[in-house]
Design a protein around this ligand. Sequence first.
Ligand SMILES: Cc1cc2nc3c(=O)[nH]c(=O)nc-3n(C[C@H](O)[C@H](O)[C@H](O)COP(=O)(O)OP(=O)(O)OC[C@H]3O[C@@H](n4cnc5c(N)ncnc54)[C@H](O)[C@@H]3O)c2cc1C
Length: 321
Amino acid sequence: MSVLVFVEGAGGEIKKSSLEAVGYASALAKKINTQAVALVIGNYSDDQISSLGKFGASKVLSCKNDKLSQPLPMPYASAIAEAAKKENADTIILSRSSVVDAIASRLALKLGAGIVTNVVDLPDLSSGFKVKKSIYTGKAFAFYDLTSAKKVITISKNAYSAVEGSGSATVEAFDPQLSDSDFKVQIKETQKATGDVLLTEADIVVSGGRGLKGPENWNLVIDLAKALGAATGCSKPVSDLDWRPHHEHVGQTGVKVSPNLYIALGISGAIQHLAGVNSSKVIVVVNKDPEAPFFKAADYGIVGDVFEVVPKLIEAAKALK
Ligand SMILES: Cc1cc2nc3c(=O)[nH]c(=O)nc-3n(C[C@H](O)[C@H](O)[C@H](O)COP(=O)(O)OP(=O)(O)OC[C@H]3O[C@@H](n4cnc5c(N)ncnc54)[C@H](O)[C@@H]3O)c2cc1C
């Protein structure tokens, strides 16, 4: 028996959230006295693949099948299911992402497994297999008893820290048997998000709202983001007004982020915006209205005009470098 963890990448790099998932799988494997096996699909360097051992994997299955160069849910679910059977894995861990959301449900169906998504802590094994899940866009937690023999768990970003140790993993090539029916849906075109730092992966996000008054002032958001090595986001009306592209819109109907630091500039903090940011570790708000609802969700708040405050923040951030 083993614990299998699926490792996802972006832009040729293994995602930080996947390293967190490997750490989670390794900690779970230790609890049940077994080993964590990582499955990595894609053409990553040998160094990247073997580095998974440092995050707790005992073994890595490396799948470099060109047919899997696009993250299609059906063949990925088939490949992960085959790896789970090969490694006799009862529990399969995936780090939550839009791609994984589509894969995980299909994987659970293929394995006849119970599934819990958005898990935020290691399972409590004292009486069964109890997992803690974030619900209502981070406003509450629910506890689920997973009683099925096979279990699929997706974990929230930042819920478990990736700690680099000195472990090592054996690496084995893995080539799953895929059928034509796995490729009924294909990706015809991919549009890459602009920006230096990927919004969903960023450690720091700087977002702007209608308080910025117009796209001509966005240099303030961009310059602060650059000074902090952050990704940029915005509120929904900002993208509806075409001040910024839609893939930057954060919230209930946009991208959900969970960075270590979220900085909101001239955003009111409507409930639909908060739904996409409330799992951020630290929230800093700049708003000229002391009654703006965002201040209730903020760890630090600056009551002030963005046009006066943000240039000072940029200056201070540059001075830190
Ligand atoms: C079904 C539904 C789904 C939605 N989904 C989303 C979503 O996913 N994401 C999202 O963001 N919204 C979403 N909304 C919209 C949401 O309800 C709010 O309307 C929106 O978040 C407000 O954006 P805003 O804060 O940028 O603008 P505003 O509400 O106009 O607020 C601007 C803020 O800037 C402040 N301000 C103005 N000038 C300055 C200045 N010079 N300096 C400092 N502060 C200043 C103001 O005090 C104010 O608080 C959704 C709405 C609905 C109905």
